[in-house]
Design a protein around this ligand. Structure first.
Ligand code: NIG
Ligand code: FE
Length: 383
């Protein structure tokens, strides 16, 4: 088993404090990795010898980003919608159907190579764990093949038949929910760890969302939800009630939603790339953190509402516009994402955890927000 010493780390973010959302940090640190797992963390110069030594030359090292929300299995491009929004147009869930048409028309190889390209972009920007949803197929065969593509790239695969009602069911949404909770679920569940539903006007209402998640839970999948993106929705409290791992977007929240998130175990995942790309108001991370809710940050990388693969970009926006400190934003993009995926082996730098580490070409993670748009990932170690 190869052992590697990463020495002379100026600032090491460990996230190993009992509770978030603040990073735990050490100065002048070193880490030893054996067989892809962290075997030692301590002071620089005091580490046990290893076969290989890498000198961080005083740089900052952070846990690899955990991007807990993405839609990478699709074909086509919707830059025209973005251009229209920037000229004053409004985002609507209906654009999803354009990506559905393109995805249905693409070959398996095309879907895989597009998703691979996006995962490579993510990796180059420091992401070492990614969740990938289907949801642009919306037939049994297209959702199964979407999950097969996702499973080539991650273990965090999400069945998302309940993204929108496809055109062929426009007059029979109940029939579509029956398919999503019946034959489509049976076919997809073997390839998915999670089930998701878009609970929003133009997609699925609360009763439909309850039916979808309840069926998924009965098949052994973990629950997640998209809610509160375009308007307040009963979905947030429903997600908490059903024990969902995460409810994502949370842009529009009532007081009762915030209270429910603070009291429950469901993570509030904020997706700042969406508000950037739709010109909607940003979610209020400060309000959630002050109430005691746990916040994660993810890219939501998709061709419609947020076509960024960059966690550093999301951190910069979270600091600038969501009211987070750089330490909170970094925690939410690493340990917070891990919690949103019920993972305790990533997002943290400690003995026994996966050696997912990112060396920044900067003395501090503050530079991720301080120098927005600048590539600062020097080296990524994945396991
Ligand atoms: O998370 N909100 C629903 N789904 C995606 C958008 C997908 C699209 O516009 O294609 C989201 O923002
Ligand atoms: Fe999404």
């Amino acid at each position: 088993m190869t052992s590697t010493l990463l020495d002379n780390i100026g600032l090491l973010v460990t996230n190993d404090a009992e509770r978030g959302p603040l990073t735990a940090e050490r100065r002048n640190a070193a880490v030893v990795v054996e067989g892809g797992v962290i075997s030692w963390v301590g002071d620089a110069g005091a580490a046990p010898t290893a076969e290989e030594r890498i000198d961080a030359e005083g740089r900052c090292v952070i846990p690899g980003f955990v991007d807990s929300h993405s839609h990478l299995v699709f074909a086509g491009d919707r830059a025209d919608e973005f251009e229209h929004r920037m000229a004053g147009g409004v985002y609507a869930a209906g654009g999803i159907r354009r990506s559905v048409a393109a995805t249905r028309g693409a070959s398996d190889d095309e879907l895989l190579s597009n998703a691979e390209r996006l995962v490579a972009e993510m990796r180059a920007q420091g992401t070492t764990t990614v969740e990938i949803k289907g949801g642009y197929g919306l037939t049994v065969a297209d959702e199964v093949r979407s999950l097969l593509v996702a499973a080539r790239l991650t273990t965090e695969t999400t069945y998302f038949g309940a993204h929108v009602v496809p055109p062929e069911f426009a007059d029979d949404p109940a029939g579509y929910v029956e398919l999503v909770t019946g034959d489509m679920l049976d076919a997809c569940a073997p390839y998915a760890r999670w089930i998701d539903v878009f609970c929003e006007a133009g997609a699925f209402d609360e009763d439909q969302a309850r039916a979808v998640l309840t069926a998924g839970l009965a098949h052994g999948l973990g629950a997640r939800m998209h809610a509160g993106q375009l308007a307040p929705s009963g979905g947030v409290q429903l997600a908490v009630e059903l024990g969902a791992a995460s409810v994502d977007h949370c842009t529009f929240l009532s007081e009762a939603d915030v209270d429910a998130l603070a009291a429950g175990n469901t993570i509030a995942t904020l997706l700042p790339g969406v508000e950037f790309s739709t010109r909607q108001p940003y979610p209020d991370a400060r309000r959630l953190i002050a109430a005691g809710a746990t916040v994660a940050i993810a890219t939501d990388c998709n061709p419609g509402s947020s076509y960024t693969s960059s966690m550093p970009f999301c951190i910069a926006v979270a600091v600038r516009d969501l009211g987070m400190s750089p330490a909170e934003a970094l925690w939410s993009a690493t340990a917070g994402g891990a919690r949103a995926l019920w993972r305790d082996d990533v997002g943290v730098v400690a003995v026994g955890k996966r050696a997912d580490l990112v060396m920044l070409d900067a003395p501090s993670y503050v530079h991720l927000a301080y120098r927005p748009g600048v590539p600062q990932v020097k080296k990524v170690f994945a396991a």
